[in-house]
Design a protein around this ligand. Structure first.
Ligand code: F6R
Length: 590
C-alpha cells in the first residue's frame, strides 16, 4: 500500500502535493517524493524518510509550478532508499510516474527493456513503467500510456506525466484505489479522499480498468479495453477528514479487519517466491518458527499445517527461544521468523543468535526494508500493507496464509502431497477473500453478540489442532482491546484443570471446524454446557456462522468473526480499540 497524489491548476503544486501526501501517510511512510513541471522539464525530488523529513530536505518547494505528481511509499519491491523512492522516470526524463500496487511481470519486462538498452536505477517493480512508456512512445502520450497499461500484470493505481504535455496528468486504476477531486479551475488526484477534502468535496472514483486524462479544467475517463469514454458520477463527500482517513470506518482496526480479504489475496502474490524458498527449506533437518504474540499464533497455524503433512516444525516464542532453544540450533536448522513490523526486539535477537550458529534464516514479514529483512537469508513478504491499529488483525491473516502456502510447498517438495492436491487447496485459497467477505457482511449479528456479552467477566476460547491458535488469537485480541480476562485452551485440556472455573456467567467460545475432530469438540462443549457456561460456536451452523472451506484453511477463515467480536466488544464498552492501554504497536525493547 502506498499513497499517490497529483495536482493540476493555477496554484503552487509542490506545497499542495506535500500537504496531500501528509494525509496519505497512513498508507505508507518509508519514503516520499514529488515531481513538478518547471521550465519545460519535469523536476523530481524524492528520498528515504517520512513526508515531513523529505519536504524539509527538498528544494522543490522553492520552484514555481502548477502541475505535479507525488508519492508516499510503503516498500514492496526494493528496500526503502533514495533510489527506490517514487517518482520514477525513463532514460530521457520525459516520462515520470508514481505507482501504487504490484507489477507482477516486472522481471520479464525489465530484462526485455534492459536488452533494448534501458538503464534502471532502482530495484522497484514500478521503474519498468516509465521505461515501457518511453519504449512505446511514437509522438502521442496517451497512446503510449494505454499500450503500456495493456502490458502490465498485477495491480496498479498510476499517475504519469510527459514533459512535452504539461497540460495533463494521465491516471489509471486496476485493483488499487484512485480518486479525482474535482475543483474549480483545478483538479486533484489521490489514492484516497482525505487527501483532497481540504480543497474539494467533489470526487470521481475510478473503477478497475479505467484510465483518464486530467487537465486543470476537465477530466475525461475512458475504458482501458475499448477506449470509450465513461460517464462518471461526481460524488459529494460528506465525511470530515478524520473519518475519511479511515475510509469512513470508525477505527483503523475495523478498517484493517475489512482488509483481511485483501490480505489473503496479497499473500498469494508471494507464491512464486514461497515455492523457491520452500525448495531450500525442505533440505533442513529441523524447522523452528520464532515470533512473538499474534505472529507466534500465525506461526502455530504454520506448524500444524506442516505437521498435517508429516513434517515437524516447532514454534518457540522469541523471548524463550533466544535464551533456551538457541542451545539446540546449528547449521542443520532452519529458522522462520514471523513478524509484522520486522522490528520486534526478541525476534531480531533470536535471529541474530541463530544466524551466528549457522542456521538458515527466513522471514515471513510485512514491513519491507525492516531490520529483520536485512538479517535473513530469504524474505517472504506478506504484502498486507501498513497496519496502524495496535492490535494486529490483517497481518495475522496474511501471516497464516503465507505460512500455510509455505508448508504446502515444502510438503509438495518432499513428495508428501501431490500437485493435484496442492492445486485443490490453492483453488480454495483463491476463493477465500469472498468467504471472508461473507463473514464481514454478517457484522451486525456479531456486533449484537458482542453487545450481549459486554458485561461478561471471563471468556474461555477453545480450539483443537489447527484452530487452537485461532482460539489463542481470539482470546488475545479480546484481552488487548476490551481488558476482559480471556484464556485459550486446546479443547482436550479443559478437563485437566480449567473446567473448575466454568460456571454460569462465564462464556466459552468454541472454534468448531467441520473436520474429523468435530465430535471430540462437541464433547468438550458438552462439558461447558453442563457447568451452565454460555456457549458460542464458530462453526458452519454456529452463532458465529462461517462458510464451508477445506479444514486446512479454516484458521484463516474462522479467526475473522473473532476479530470482529473483539472489536465490537471493545467499542460497546466505550474503549478506543486503536489505542489499547499499556501497549505499543512495535516492541523494540526486550
Ligand atoms: C497483538 C499484537 C502483538 C504482535 C507482537 C509481534 O495484537 O499485535 O502480539 O503480534 O508484538 O509483533 P510483530 O509481528 O511486529 O513482530
Amino acid at each position: 500500500m502506498c499513497g499517490i497524489a497529483g495536482y493540476i491548476g493555477e496554484r503552487n503544486a509542490p506545497g499542495i502535493l506535500f500537504d496531500m501526501l501528509k494525509k496519505l501517510e497512513y498508507r505508507g511512510y518509508d519514503s516520499a517524493g514529488v515531481a513538478c513541471f518547471s521550465g519545460g522539464k519535469v523536476i523530481v525530488s524524492r528520498g528515504k524518510g517520512k513526508v515531513d523529513e523529505v519536504r524539509k530536505k527538498s528544494r522543490i518547494t522553492e520552484i514555481k509550478s502548477t502541475v505535479g505528481i507525488a508519492h508516499t511509499r510503503w516498500a514492496t519491491h526494493g528496500e526503502p532508499s533514495d533510489e527506490n523512492s517514487h517518482p520514477h522516470s525513463d532514460c530521457t526524463g520525459q516520462f515520470t510516474v508514481c505507482h501504487n500496487g504490484i507489477v507482477e511481470n516486472y522481471k520479464e519486462i525489465r530484462v526485455e527493456l534492459s536488452n533494448r538498452g534501458h538503464k534502471f536505477l532502482s530495484q522497484t517493480d514500478t521503474e519498468v513503467i516509465p521505461h515501457l512508456i518511453e519504449e512505446l512512445y511514437s509522438g502521442d502520450f496517451e497512446t503510449a500510456f494505454v499500450s503500456m497499461l495493456k502490458k502490465l500484470k498485477g495491480s496498479f493505481a498510476l499517475v504519469a506525466v510527459d514533459s512535452n504535455s504539461p497540460d495533463r496528468i494521465l491516471v489509471a486504476r486496476k485493483e488499487s484505489p484512485l480518486i479525482i477531486g474535482v475543483g474549480k479551475g483545478e483538479n486533484f488526484i489521490a489514492s484516497d479522499t482525505p487527501a483532497v477534502l481540504a480543497d474539494t468535496k467533489k470526487v470521481i472514483i475510478l473503477e478497475d480498468m479505467e484510465y483518464g486524462i486530467v487537465k486543470k479544467d476537465g477530466v475525461l475517463i475512458k475504458r482501458l479495453d475499448t477506449g470509450i469514454p465513461v460517464d462518471k458520477e461526481v460524488h459529494d463527500i460528506k465525511w470530515d477528514v478524520k473519518a475519511a482517513e479511515k475510509d469512513g470506518y470508525d477505527h483503523y482496526m475495523l478498517k484493517e479487519i475489512f482488509e483481511e480479504p485483501a490480505a489473503v489475496k496479497n499473500a498469494l502474490r508471494g507464491l512464486e517466491n514461497i515455492t523457491a524458498t520452500a525448495k531450500k527449506l525442505s533440505k533442513y533437518e529441523r524447522i523452528y518458527i520464532v515470533a512473538c504474540g499474534t505472529a507466534s499464533y500465525a506461526g502455530q497455524v504454520g506448524r500444524y499445517v506442516f505437521e498435517r503433512y508429516g513434517i515437524s516444525a516447532e514454534v518457540v516464542i522469541a523471548s524463550e527461544f533466544r535464551y533456551s532453544t538457541i542451545n539446540t540450533v546449528d547449521k542443520k536448522c532452519a529458522v522462520i521468523a514471523v513478524s509484522q513490523s520486522g522490528e520486534t526486539a526478541d525476534t531480531l535477537a533470536s535471529v541474530k543468535e541463530a544466524k551466528n550458529r549457522g542456521a538458515y534464516i527466513i522471514s515471513v514479514v510485512n514491513a519491507v526494508g525492516s531490520s529483520l529483512t536485512r538479517m535473513t537469508d530469504d524474505n517472504i513478504y506478506t504484502y498486507s500493507g501498513p497496519e496502524i491499529a495496535v492490535a494486529s488483525t490483517k497481518a495475522y491473516v496474511g501471516q497464516a496464509t503465507t505460512l500455510t502456502l509455505l508448508a504446502l510447498s515444502v510438503a509438495k517438495e518432499k513428495g508428501k502431497i501431490t500437485e493435484a492436491y496442492q492445486n485443490e487447496i490453492l483453488d480454495d485459497l483463491y476463493a477465500m477473500p469472498d468467504k471472508i467477505n461473507s463473514i464481514l457482511n454478517s457484522r451486525e449479528k456479531i456486533k449484537k453478540l458482542a453487545a450481549e456479552q459486554k458485561d461478561c467477566k471471563s471468556f474461555f476460547y477453545l480450539g483443537r489442532r489447527l484452530n487452537y491458535p485461532t482460539a489463542l488469537e481470539g482470546a488475545l485480541k479480546l484481552k488487548e482491546i476490551s481488558y476482559i480476562h480471556a484464556e485459550a485452551y486446546p479443547g482436550g485440556e479443559l478437563k485437566h484443570g480449567p473446567l473448575a472455573l466454568l460456571e454460569k456467567g462465564v462464556t466459552v467460545i468454541a472454534v468448531c471446524p467441520n473436520d474429523d475432530l468435530k465430535e471430540k469438540m462437541e464433547s468438550n462443549m458438552q462439558e461447558a454446557r453442563a457447568r451452565k457456561a454460555t456457549l458460542l460456536r464458530v462453526a458452519e451452523d454456529g452463532e458465529f456462522t462461517v462458510p464451508v472451506c477445506d479444514p486446512v484453511l479454516s484458521p484463516i477463515l474462522y479467526v475473522v468473526p473473532l476479530h470482529l467480536f473483539a472489536y465490537y466488544l471493545s467499542t460497546s464498552k466505550g474503549i478506543d480499540p486503536d489505542k489499547p492501554r499499556n501497549l505499543a504497536k512495535s516492541v523494540t525493547v526486550e
